[in-house]
Write a protein that binds this ligand. Structure first.
Ligand code: TYM
Length: 348
């Protein structure tokens, strides 16, 4: 079976972008692939965080994986900080990753800009993609299902893997070693199969994000029905009446139509345009109402399962304990191989 690994940061609440871009895909792979899903809590501390909430948000994110249909009897679900090899390998990879590679990361540049000129930028934020590479390479994952915004980080993980293998395995004298890492591939939903980039409700040119200041810019997976209706009522639209896909001059229209399509079974675009043309009231008013109701019914079973899972703390703890054990076993083996290749004195 091919191995799949992915993760979400436990910062704030998960939103529709996390679901449609990533977690929904995970659920599709879980029966045919060897799947590992991680709550990346060490990534969550790369921006200022509240220590009183981190543990709860970590458990909440894991519970959300289950609520979204990730089946723990088929996949491993674990918490990054509970597997020490992630931090250890990240350090080793830091020492072979040129700063120039990291300076090119657009997510870093965006986050830095959002923090403002006077705010300190911490080393952890800069080195974040190296930790992400460690997450993936430790499991020798072949496939990494993510949203479009992570494409560049995946390229970096491949570059780091290649550079390590070349320096410490292939070029190694007098005996070459077998490669330690496998170059992972990003699995990003192709256009047409879903939405790999869900945009903000208040600006169709920037992505829906946990860290955007305004909560009305996103649909959180745990928003109640009235909140969803209110956000959709207030979301940005345009002055045209006709609702059509893929007009680059109408990013908000395009985003809302793609969301609607993704949560109502991915029908052909022409079908949806026809459906919306026949709506009464016509145009935006009718569409917004229909979209809000579709979101409410789409999210309600997820929310119900989420609350059930959260009520049984012991069950979740057990799943994470099993996940930790399995992850530790695989990760420590790869870490040992990496240390050996780098020339560390290993305990016998
Ligand atoms: P994070 O926590 O920001 O997002 C989790 C997943 O959701 C996707 N995503 C989106 N997809 C479509 N539209 C959006 N608006 C949107 N916003 C977020 C992300 O692409 C991601 O797949 N660095 C990662 C976490 C990470 C990771 C890993 C992922 C750490 N280690 C190893 C895969 C493998 C991140 O910050 O994701």
């Amino acid at each position: 079976k091919r191995r799949v690994l992915s993760g979400v940061q436990p910062t704030g609440r998960l939103h529709l972008g996390n679901y449609l871009g990533a977690i929904q895909q995970w659920a599709r792979y879980q029966y045919d692939f060897d799947c590992w899903f991680c709550v990346v809590d060490m990534h969550a501390i790369t921006v200022p965080h509240d220590p009183r909430h981190l543990a709860d948000e970590t458990l909440s994110t894991a519970a959300m994986y289950l609520a979204c249909g990730i089946d723990p009897s088929h996949c491993h679900i674990f918490v990054q900080s509970q597997v020490p090899a992630h931090a250890e390998l990240a350090w080793m990879l830091n020492c072979i990753t040129p700063m120039g590679w990291l300076e090119k990361m657009t997510q870093y540049k965006d986050k830095k800009q959002r923090l403002g000129d006077d705010a300190p930028v911490y080393l952890g934020l800069f080195a974040y993609p190296v930790l992400m590479a460690a997450d993936i390479l430790l499991y020798r994952a072949e496939c990494v299902p993510v949203g479009e915004d992570q494409r560049q980080h995946l390229e970096l993980a491949r570059d780091i893997a290649r550079s390590f293998n070349y320096t410490f395995c292939r070029k190694r004298k007098p005996h070459k070693l077998p490669s330690v890492f496998r170059e992972p591939e990003a699995l990003i939903l192709p256009e047409g199969a879903g939405v790999s980039r869900v945009m903000s409700l208040t600006d169709g040119t920037s992505k829906m994000s946990k860290s955007a200041a305004s909560d009305v810019s996103r649909i959180n997976l745990l928003d109640d029905a009235d909140t969803i209706r209110n956000k959709i009522r207030r979301c940005k639209t345009d002055a045209e009446r006709e609702l059509r896909f893929d007009d680059p001059a109408r990013p908000e229209c395009n985003n809302l139509l793609h969301i609607y399509r993704a949560i109502t079974g991915n029908r052909p675009k022409a079908d949806i345009e026809r459906e919306l043309a026949e709506l009464n009231p016509s145009g935006w008013a009718g569409f917004k109402e229909r979209l809000a109701e579709a979101l409410v019914s789409f999210l309600s079973p997820i929310q119900q399962r989420y609350h059930e899972v959260r009520q049984d703390a012991l069950y979740l703890e057990q799943i994470l304990a099993q996940g930790q054990q399995a992850a530790n076993a695989v990760a420590s083996e790869t870490l040992r191989a990496a240390k050996e290749a780098m020339g560390f004195a290993l305990p016998s």
